[in-house]
Design a protein around this ligand. Structure first.
Ligand SMILES: *[C@@H]1O[C@H](CO)[C@@H](O)[C@H](O)[C@H]1NC(C)=O
Ligand SMILES: *[C@@H]1O[C@H](CO)[C@@H](O)[C@H](O)[C@H]1NC(C)=O
Ligand SMILES: *[C@@H]1O[C@H](CO)[C@@H](O)[C@H](O)[C@H]1NC(C)=O
Ligand SMILES: *[C@@H]1O[C@H](CO)[C@@H](O)[C@H](O)[C@H]1NC(C)=O
Ligand SMILES: *[C@@H]1O[C@H](CO)[C@@H](O)[C@H](O)[C@H]1NC(C)=O
Length: 327
């Protein structure tokens, strides 16, 4: 039965990007979702100009020049990654992105004559797998650039598994690390930098980090611990810590519908539960212990069944699959 619960959870995450310190609106989405990034305007003024941009490179995605009545959507940028996926509302300037994929993770910027808004989309994807399966962790690069440095790391100790350095034109796979649990199982694609792990077992569960020129993307190979709870009971999901230190960040996610339900804060030693998410399904039921970071869900119902993940720093995490049975 345990095999059923192995999931590969893909997401792209720097922890501060789940944080709102930099004035970004964070959105957590599942692969396949649609999202509307709201301009906040009810109607554009006659001389307004709106531009939507994507990522660090600030690639233009869409713009409206009201005065000349021009509305343009640049679906073909970035190898067509946004093709047929963008809808621009000509009244409000809001941008809708449909059928979201991992490659749409990132920062979106709206600039008008009077407003500047930022959104960060974190896209999560879950793939079911079982013992013995192969899994490819996709770098999302079609080709590496001449000065790219790509590193794959695993687990608590950030153990280096594989490395491509285009500057020195070298490619190395460290199969013997961690008592050889990856021996004869790693395949590194020399074109894209993607890593394939063949014949996976529960020993390979953990967090994989892909660092491309100092930007990090995470992949969790999660073996969910299974637990049954009686309807009406409380469930405490242990953080595994007796004390969390100031500044440590913990994020609790409900994976079935991808929602952030609780977190500790980085800056002010504070904890927050988001019990209004998912139409109030968790309202008045969540308690986060500020000493230990453990989460209690009170008076559980079948609506709270599902997968929970606790993300800690440096790719540590805990995964739990909760089923609920009747009284
Ligand atoms: C309207 O947008 C199109 C496509 O970007 C551009 O070729 C054209 O010059 C624009 N027209 C005006 C008046 O700005
Ligand atoms: C990349 O890998 C392929 C297949 O393993 C191999 O044929 C090719 O020579 C490699 N290219 C480089 C530049 O290492
Ligand atoms: C897969 O791994 C198991 C042990 O972890 C080993 O016994 C088996 O031979 C491997 N299968 C293949 C096809 O390599
Ligand atoms: C935690 O945050 C809440 C709301 O932002 C605030 O009212 C409360 O005083 C904070 N508590 C501590 C201990 O900082
Ligand atoms: C538990 O939840 C159910 C369903 O939402 C509700 O009807 C009931 O009043 C709750 N019980 C307590 C003790 O909060």
């Amino acid at each position: 039965m345990r095999e059923m619960a192995i999931k590969l959870v893909l997401f792209c995450l720097c922890f501060w990007r789940l944080d709102d310190v930099s004035g970004q609106e964070i959105k957590l989405l599942k692969s396949g979702d649609s999202v509307t990034l709201k301009s906040g305007l009810t109607e554009m003024k006659d001389d307004d100009e709106i531009q939507w941009r994507f990522a660090k490179e600030k690639t233009p995605l869409a713009e409206i020049l009201k005065q000349v009545g021009n509305l343009t959507v640049y679906g073909d940028v970035l190898d067509g990654r946004f093709r047929d996926r963008l809808k621009l509302d000509h009244q409000t300037g809001s941008l809708t992105i449909t059928d979201i994929r991992m490659e749409h993770t990132g920062l979106y910027e709206l600039e008008t004559k009077s407003v500047m808004k930022r959104f960060f989309l974190n896209i999560f994807d879950e793939i079911s797998m079982k013992d013995g399966d192969s899994v490819t962790l996709n770098s999302d690069l079609t080709e590496m650039k001449d000065d790219d440095v790509i590193q794959w790391r695993f687990g608590n100790e950030n153990t280096l598994l594989a490395e491509i350095n285009k500057q020195t034109d070298s490619m190395t796979v460290y199969e013997d690390v961690l008592d050889g649990r990856f021996r004869n199982r790693l395949k590194l694609n020399n074109q894209t930098g993607s890593l394939t792990i063949t014949n996976t077992t529960t020993e390979h569960a953990g967090a994989y980090a892909l660092d491309i020129n100092n930007e990090r993307k995470m992949f969790l190979l999660a073996v969910y611990d299974e637990i049954s709870v009686k309807e009406g009971d409380s469930l405490t999901i242990n953080s595994g810590r007796t004390e969390i230190t100031t500044g440590e960040m913990f994020f609790w996610l409900y994976m079935n519908e991808i929602a952030l339900i609780a977190r500790t804060k980085q800056w002010d030693d504070n904890i927050t539960v988001y019990d209004d998410v998912l139409d109030g399904r968790f309202r008045d039921r969540l308690k986060l212990d500020d000493q230990t970071g453990s989460l209690t869900i009170r008076n559980i119902t079948t609506q709270h069944a599902g997968r929970y993940v606790l993300l800690k720093e440096r790719g540590l995490f805990k995964a739990l699959s909760v089923s609920v049975y009747g009284k």
